[in-house]
Design a protein around this ligand. Structure first.
Ligand SMILES: NC(=O)c1ccc[n+]([C@@H]2O[C@H](COP(=O)([O-])OP(=O)(O)OC[C@H]3O[C@@H](n4cnc5c(N)ncnc54)[C@H](O)[C@@H]3O)[C@@H](O)[C@H]2O)c1
Length: 250
């Protein structure tokens, strides 16, 4: 159990289909104590159904510096130092996830960047004083960052920014003994993905490209995340690890 005694913050569980939930399960399996953050009351209700009584649930809306500050202040007061953080948060208005990229609005572009890319920096800043040496930060990305995937549009652009953010943040955090990486997950049916126009075709196409025709699971992504937040991954810095059963190869 390589996360025995480790306290890990998990951001982004919306329900039991969430990639963050796959991360939570894998980390629990490795002995971690979990602290969940949720976006709003609606998400809290879903999360409360999944979490165990000993888990800590804290509100954190990443569009608000005050909410982030309050959340990490509460984490420090309740558990003290932490050993890792999973950032599995993204959002775009539905109308920006389809049609022409030339129709992306200025507001929609800024919002997607704010929640899906900038938030990693804002959260890392708040978490930095709490993260012990040997801790890991992991974020979630998608190969729409490096390829033009139909309809992924504004989120692909935000994921490109997020991956660059991983590299710059990793270079900084390495100096305090914290390794930062991203996982590029294969397409999985979640709440977030259902905002992408024609998402069923995206998932079908993605599944058909895996070696066995079966898509990657949140549990498989979670297992890699568990490794990447742990001290076992101290030598992996600023990387994007593909967990998509080889879809990106073909
Ligand atoms: N599902 C996929 O196919 C896939 C593939 C690769 C990467 N990803 C990425 O994985 C991550 C998790 O997404 P998911 O697919 O599990 O979907 P999900 O809908 O289960 O999770 C997205 C989470 O983002 C949170 N969020 C949105 N706005 C927020 C805000 N302002 N403050 C705090 N939290 C906020 C939501 O509450 C939700 O919990 C995202 O970064 C997503 O882009 C998903």
């Amino acid at each position: 159990m390589f996360l025995e005694g480790k306290k890990i913050v998990i951001m982004g569980v919306a329900n039991n289909k969430s990639i963050a939930w796959g991360c939570a399960k894998a980390m629990k399996d490795q002995g971690a104590t979990l602290i969940y953050t949720y976006q709003n009351e609606r998400m809290e209700k879903q999360l409360a159904k999944l979490a165990e009584p000993e888990d800590l649930l804290i509100e954190c809306d990443v569009t608000s510096d005050e909410s982030i500050r309050r959340a990490f202040g509460t984490i420090e007061a309740r558990v003290g130092k932490i050993d890792g953080l999973v950032h599995a948060v993204a959002y775009s208005k539905k109308e920006e996830l389809g049609g022409n990229v030339t129709d992306i609005s200025r507001d929609g572009y800024a919002l997607a960047q704010d929640i899906s890319a900038y938030s990693l920096l804002a959260v890392a800043k708040a978490a930095k004083p709490l993260l012990k040496k040997g801790s890991g930060i992991v974020t979630l990305t998608y190969m729409g960052s490096v390829r033009a995937i139909p309809n992924y549009n504004v989120m692909g652009i935000a994921k490109a920014a997020l991956e660059s953010t991983v590299r710059y943040l990793a270079a900084e955090m390495a100096h305090v003994g914290v390794h930062v990486n991203g996982i590029s997950a294969g397409a999985i049916k979640t709440l977030a993905v259902s905002g992408v126009s024609g998402y069923k075709d995206l998932i079908k196409e993605s599944d058909s490209r895996t070696a066995d025709g079966v898509g990657v699971t949140i549990e498989e992504v979670g297992q890699t995340a568990a490794f990447l937040v742990s001290p076992l991954a101290s030598g992996v810095i600023g990387d994007i690890v593909y967990v998509d059963k080889g879809v990106h190869l073909t």
